[in-house]
Design a protein around this ligand. Structure first.
Ligand code: NDP
Length: 317
């Protein structure tokens, strides 16, 4: 017997979809992921204090928030499997979902909530200093003792880079914003924030040629993108904020996506390019990328899946 709905992904979007689908008596199966696309629970698992999720006036630890959502999904009857989805087959119906345990599941509806992964600089020396001075999350790691009162760097020129740089000024003595072009991509208000901040210095037209250090990172070799000149910058920490990649590899282009790879959905809906397949959370959202907006679209996906199953008379009576 095929499942009514399989939810792929266990961040706020997937867990909220599961809570709603379970409460609608759809008996959902949620495949949490194991290694692909980061850890089960999603990006909040690497965040300490979440201060903007409604209902927690004093903030909540990211892992605790996800543990609570998972428990809530389970309490309402969601079945959870901790394995990766390696492929789906959307050519026929019911849809097929293949997991890393070589299981093939069939489902009438699918909810894709696999999130996005922080993009990393493709430089050999980067891996050597990952978590030894290099991070992709200032909010998660910026307060660590190794970064306190030290000079730090942020790579990127978008809103995230400016936000990370501004956040890091609380801890570092100075923050260099290293950008590969001569203008920032960030919104005007964020640009102003970076330019006017006394602790932030923008290094224009520079890319990282190499990360240097012994046990931990001690600096960067920068290459000027206009002259090719190499310079050194001594920093104790480097935070990459060069965008995210939506976790869609397992779909193998069976669903429509935008230029950056984010799944496209119909206006005011989580309906993907295939009927009965819904996309929610960061895998379809390059704009807001918040836990609460992911949860909101997870709720939409479950309601839309239920309505579609009803309309098509696909539910057992
Ligand atoms: P963006 O894609 O907007 O920016 C990525 C930045 O990284 C760009 O400046 C890009 O350079 C640079 N970059 C990409 N690849 C490399 C590379 N290999 N080497 C060096 N630099 C590189 O991503 P963001 O995460 O900043 O933002 C994503 C979305 O989220 C945006 O829509 C943004 O507005 C939104 N957002 C909003 C926030 C807010 O409003 N508070 C906060 C954070 C994000 P280049 O400019 O040359 O392409």
């Amino acid at each position: 017997m095929p499942e009514n709905v399989i939810i792929i992904g266990s961040g706020p979007a997937g867990m909220t979809a599961a809570i709603y689908a379970a409460r609608a008596n759809l008996n959902p199966l949620l495949i949490e992921g194991f290694q692909a696309g980061g850890m089960p629970g999603g990006q909040l698992m690497t965040t300490s204090a979440v201060e903007n999720f409604p209902g927690f006036p004093d903030g909540v630890d990211g892992q605790e928030l996800m543990a609570r959502m998972r428990k809530q999904a389970e309490n309402h009857g969601t079945r959870l499997k901790m394995e990766d989805v390696t492929a789906v087959d959307l050519a026929g119906h019911p849809y097929k979902v293949i997991s890393s345990n070589n299981e093939t599941y069939e489902s009438k509806a699918l909810i894709i909530a696999t999130g996005a992964t922080a993009r990393r600089l493709p430089i050999d020396s980067e891996a050597a200093f990952w978590n030894k001075g290099i991070s992709a999350c200032a909010v998660c790691d910026g307060g660590l003792p190794i970064f306190r009162n030290k000079e730090l760097a942020v790579i990127g020129g978008g809103d995230s880079a400016v936000e990370e740089a501004t956040h890091l000024t609380q801890f570092g003595s100075k923050v260099y914003l290293v950008h590969r072009r001569g203008t920032l991509r960030a919104s005007k208000i964020m640009q102003k924030r970076a330019v006017e901040h006394p602790k932030i210095e923008i290094l224009w037209n520079k890319t990282v040629a190499e990360f240097v250090g012994a046990e931990v990172l001690s600096g960067l070799k920068l290459k000027d993108t206009q002259t090719g000149e190499i310079s050194k910058l001594a920093v104790a920490g480097c935070f990459e904020a060069i965008g995210h990649i939506p976790n869609t590899a397992f779909l193998k282009n069976q669903l429509e996506a935008d230029e950056a790879g984010y799944l496209t959905t119909k206006a005011d809906s989580t309906q993907s390019s295939k009927e009965g397949v819904y996309a929610c959370g960061d895998v379809q959202d390059s704009k807001y990328r918040q836990a609460v907006s992911a949860a909101g679209t997870g709720c939409m996906a479950a309601i839309e899946a239920e309505r579609w199953l009803q309309e098509k008379d696909l539910l057992d009576h």
